[in-house]
Design a protein around this ligand. Sequence first.
Ligand SMILES: O=C(O)CCC(=O)C(=O)O
Length: 279
Amino acid sequence: MSAVVTHSFTAEGYLVLKQLISPTEISMIQQEADRVLTQERLSACVRPNNTLTPLRWNDRLVDLFLGSGERLKRLAVGTGGASLKWISAYISSKDPGTGPLWWHQDWWCWHHDQSFKKEATQVAVLCYLQPTTEDSGALRVIPGSHHRHIPLHEQLPRAHDHDLDLDSGHPAMADHPDQLTLNLEAGDAVVIDYRLLHGTHANIGANRRDCLMLTFTPDWDRLPSDIQGHLSRNFALPQPGESIEAISYDPGLLPDFDALAFDLEIDRVPPSYFTVSDS
Ligand SMILES: O=C(O)CCC(=O)C(=O)O
């Protein structure tokens, strides 16, 4: 199936890809997500109203997702990148009766010039494993907020501050006049620029809502080497001594970085005013 591109991903910061997980795959992927979540992995990150369970390169869910060349083609076409690489993956779960996930953005290196390019450096692909609505934890996004400062930026707590419990009236939790809610079917996905402001509605339904989330760089070959080095050290990627012989996906999807890699300083707070440029 070809990507339904109704607007520019670069300009809006998000893109819906219907049935990125096909109806024939969805029940196997749901069952595998259920199996992983019953393992209660020690590294799971519990945030208010949402739990992130990290996956690695050799998890079956990652293998199933990356094993489809057609799926990767849709992602490459949709994001416009010429050298797509996979970086990390998680299951993002919302239990029944949980409130909204607060407005935040995921970019981690705001002091770097790379933050102010029009094109996305890193994207998250959020694949919903159950239908989502305003009552069952649907994603909400603020189109364009990856390219310019908006007043909400200043009202947000530090992204990924996991221990804050905010009042439901706090602007980080509340509806925003410019928000778009993405009501999706099981298997549909949203691709977002890492800088885009996003969050979720509450899940007031009776069932857990799961999202298989994978992150990619659309155009690895054009990234500065310090960003490449940092990303290549992600714990989700094969480490020295781990054999990738058993994977069913193209090993060319894994970042290649031959120089000495080091971690960059993490900076999740955008400047108090910003815009982006072409170069
Ligand atoms: O679970 C979701 O729908 C969104 C998760 C999310 O925004 C995040 O983990 O950054």
